[in-house]
Design a protein around this ligand. Sequence first.
Ligand code: UDX
Ligand code: ADP
Length: 474
Amino acid sequence: MKINPIRSICCIGAGYVGGPTMAVIADRCPDIDVTVVDLNEERISAWNDSDLNNLPVYEPGLDLVVSRARGRNLFFSNQVKESISSADLVFISVNTPTKQKGLGAGQASDLRWVEACARQVATCAKGHTVVVEKSTLPVRTAAAIKAILAIPQRQYLNSEVAPTFSVLSNPEFLAEGTAINDLENPDRVLIGGEDPEAVNALAAIYQNWVAPEKILRTKLWSSELSKLAANAFLAQRISSINSVAALCEETGADVREVALAIGTDSRIGPKFLNAGPGFGGSCFQKDILNLVYLCHHFGLPEVASYWEQVVELNTWQQKRIARLLVQKLFGTVTGKKIAILGFAFKADTNDTREAPAIRISLDLLEEGAQLAIHDPKVSPNQIALELSHLPSNLDPGLKGEGTWHPSKSVETALEGADAVLILTEWEEYRDLDWLRLSRLMRAPAWVFDARSVVDPEKVASAGLMLWRVGEGSD
Ligand code: UDX
Ligand code: ADP
């Protein structure tokens, strides 16, 4: 079918993927109207806030892009139906968390939001509409979307103007914290689909700023699987280096030196070799578990357990860090104040989904610690949500109950603390004045650096004890 150039886009889902991606498309394609819709009214009004500091997603450079395009050809709205009706192309960019119950619980993705979108597109679309999967989805979800779109709608029975659809997969590879740069200078854009006209129409949008040779065209299923496989490979590198870090700590080696030595082999490459508190974020764990579920489904249990181990090692690393902190503090943290620096799953984002800080904080609370949590971008409400545990005033007593409290500054977090645990590599944690801070802490005070951001000499000369991930002693 002949498809006209795309003039109007609707993106369903104004989250970490939909918001920044559409902002960049609108910025780079001034002739295309881009409307981002969401059921969540609060989120949409935050996207429309005149104060760009209040955008619901914190991402360096996003405010500039939004300020250039918003109101010109970029719109944020709750009018889901109207926006779908007037769109030539609809991106589906809604949440797909791991299922909590029922068939595939703990592994498969919960597709209820994707299905709801497909049903809504089926009833509201007009003319020929290109429907694009943007959310990370299990392989063959496009088939389910196609099947829903193929159901004849009552209002069009016996009518010649019934809408028609092309379904494409166009996974997003942006990483949070660098989303704008990743979108503006992608390594590649992947488009999977069987309808060459629709593929070309979508490719034409990206060609406004991406070189044609970087736009890869594949089968639908290859595109869907590539996204899962890319995330699995990246997460596997992190579990690999974290496993080596644990061995370094035992043997007296240093994981930073090992990472440098192996990363300079051009076949291995230097990226994604930073040992840390384990990977977080909305994608890695979910996508690997999806892969594991798929492998079981297709009768490949050995392949499933190979990938499952990447997630298990990640959980183990987080538990290991909480455990070793307790051990170093004479086997107990009950009633002790511990400063947690960083709650976001990585620097330069306010996203806390699957953040290592969650599991580690919960383990320390279980041990009775009094946590003072600082993060430059995560709100206390968000921390409370993740810990399912309301903040309370620090209780210096030894009642045995773990409590936590948000801290506005690093200084207040460290005041009277026995230990500080750095869990996010925020720039501001790299150059702390340890001499001054050490005077605020209770001796013998510890610095646990799970992100390798501190200068070990400065920490040592301030009289503080230091544990760094992957650093063994001779
Ligand atoms: C990831 C993929 O990189 C991206 O392509 C995909 O679209 C979504 O998932 P994201 O989760 O936003 O992006 O961030 P990423 O930079 O990949 O980091 C994921 C986690 O791994 C973070 O918790 C990060 O701190 C951790 N990490 C990353 C390490 O522990 N060590 C590293 O060397 C790199
Ligand atoms: P991601 O990281 O994939 O962008 P988010 O959870 O940040 O995921 O964003 C997904 C957004 O999709 C949420 O704001 C949610 O309200 C929205 N959403 C989910 N289902 C629908 C729907 N049927 N119609 C409109 N918006 C939806």
